[in-house]
Design a protein around this ligand. Structure first.
Ligand SMILES: [Fe+2]
Ligand SMILES: [Fe+2]
Length: 275
């Protein structure tokens, strides 16, 4: 969840100081300690979600850089969430290249790791990711919504359960969140009720949100566009945005997703990126 100086300065220029507060940037340094007392006043927000860029080498950043330029050109996009699998084997050169591409974004971005962002050859398998992208879990607030990113990885496994320490972290966040506040959750592994690769303890994790106002769970990993609504929660996965990988559903389109929030309503659209 790192904002480069260029992003921060650019944001101040674009939004003004009061805008910064509205964007929740005042909470970046102290984001986990913030306490929600009121549901706030939900307004309009557009944000982008991009995942599975699977950077391998300089050439593979081409499609990612195109996506970054498209997001920058859309002045409605307030921030971007990177939904994991930035790299191929979680090694330093791949993650560094991925970060160079993401740093092209002119507005804030927040990242969570995927199973290809852990380096199984190092003692601390998350060390490379953390050095470049900061915490793997984060929360941020904007226009009355709570946005939460969770690290769903379990080593480099494709089929996972959310780890007990992550479940505790979610519980802590919810304890200090007003039950009426709309929540968007981001995870690399999907929670969609009918998806392949569904998180094995998805129902247990979703149960933690009972008594809260969960509206969205957006994920990657599946490499394909899926939208499903259950009990008022929108679940999505998105095509990969990679030239080194195919989609798992056999489709060929690569791209990212936009989400539009208006008060407590959230809608989504897929944006294709030509390689
Ligand atoms: Fe992936
Ligand atoms: Fe993945």
């Amino acid at each position: 969840m790192r904002l480069s100086r260029r992003q921060f300065v650019g944001l101040i220029g674009a939004a003004g100081l009061s805008g910064c507060a509205r964007l929740g940037l005042d909470k970046v340094a102290d984001k986990v300690k913030s306490v929600d007392m009121m549901p706030g006043s939900p307004g309009k927000v557009t944000f982008a979600v991009i995942g599975d860029i699977h950077v391998l080498d300089a050439r593979s950043t081409g499609i990612v850089n195109k996506a970054m330029a498209m997001i920058n050109a859309n002045k409605d996009v307030r921030f971007t969430v990177m939904c994991g699998d930035l790299a191929t084997d979680g090694n330093w050169p791949e993650l560094k290249l991925a970060k160079s591409s993401l740093d092209r974004l002119e507005r804030p971005y927040f990242s969570i790791p995927g199973n290809h962002d852990v380096c199984m050859k190092t003692k601390d398998i998350y060390a490379n990711y953390r050095k470049l992208f900061d915490e793997a879990d984060w929360r941020n607030e904007d226009e009355g919504w709570l946005f939460m990113g969770i690290d769903s990885t379990n080593e480099a496994k494709s089929d996972v359960s959310v780890r007990p320490d992550q479940i505790e972290w979610i519980q802590e966040q919810l304890k200090k969140t007003n039950g009426k506040r709309p929540i968007a959750l981001f995870s690399h592994h999907p929670f969609n009720p009918n998806t392949k690769y569904r998180v094995q303890n998805a129902d247990e994790v979703l149960g933690l949100f009972s008594g809260h106002n969960l509206k969205l769970v957006a994920a990657g990993h599946f490499h394909g566009n899926q939208e499903e609504t259950r009990d008022g929660v929108l679940f999505t996965t998105t095509a990969c945005c990679s030239s080194t990988r195919d989609n798992h559903d056999g489709t060929t389109s690569k791209g990212y997703r936009l989400f539009h929030i208006e008060k407590e309503t959230i809608t989504t659209e897929y944006v294709e990126v030509m390689a």
